[in-house]
Design a protein around this ligand. Sequence first.
Ligand SMILES: O=C(O)[C@H](O)[C@@H](O)[C@H](O)[C@H](O)COP(=O)(O)O
Length: 237
Amino acid sequence: MAISDLKLPQGVSAHEYKSPVLLADALALNVAKQLSDAIDARGTATLVVSGGRSPVAFFQNLARQKLDWSKVVVTLADERWVPVEHADSNAGLLKRYLLQGPAAKAQFLSLYSATANLELAAEQADRLLAELPPIDVLILGMGDDGHTASLFPNSPNLAEALAADGTRRCYPMLAPTVPHQRLTMSRALLASAETTVLSISGQSKLTTLSAALAGDDVGAMPIRAFLQPTLEIYWCP
Ligand SMILES: O=C(O)[C@H](O)[C@@H](O)[C@H](O)[C@H](O)COP(=O)(O)O
């Protein structure tokens, strides 16, 4: 299957690259341009990224782009409820690969806090996110089960987190994989981004995307909430 075989909704575009390195190069260039345009227009720019395994090359490339990083706010679409030193921390991933060199000047907002429980951490992140400037660029990933950010099928709180008109910005979620305890931005906050990119690689993600496009139960495959204008999909084998 190729991405051109998928019948995408109107207003959703797809870009195909031959390798993860080429995808990362193109995505980093595009994101840097959008952040730079936002700085020119408003004086600041806000970038929201996802964690997981695949964004490392993109982070490394973006960190090398010429940008006034001191004017950029960076945060995460979702986080694992582990301290930054933990191998599974998305903040740790960002610190190692994106917030390096000149990019270390960016202001990073951490969703994680060492509270007594996950619910309290989500409430604290929710208060912090109230201060987040409008999101210029959002980069989403997608799991083989159709989750995006940490909006996992079958997680408690999923229905509230997926409310299109919800006012809460962050929810506690339970992933089916370790670490189970997660914090996620709500659909409503994620959907407020000016530009949204879904960055995926490999045949299995195309199969998942194809299944997502074939139905409309958002709770069964939360990525469906984002398959609408003006999503840009970046894919490579
Ligand atoms: O912290 C996370 O795990 C994520 O933000 C998650 O939503 C991720 O984007 C997908 O699970 C895809 O992960 P990969 O790109 O590593 O396959």
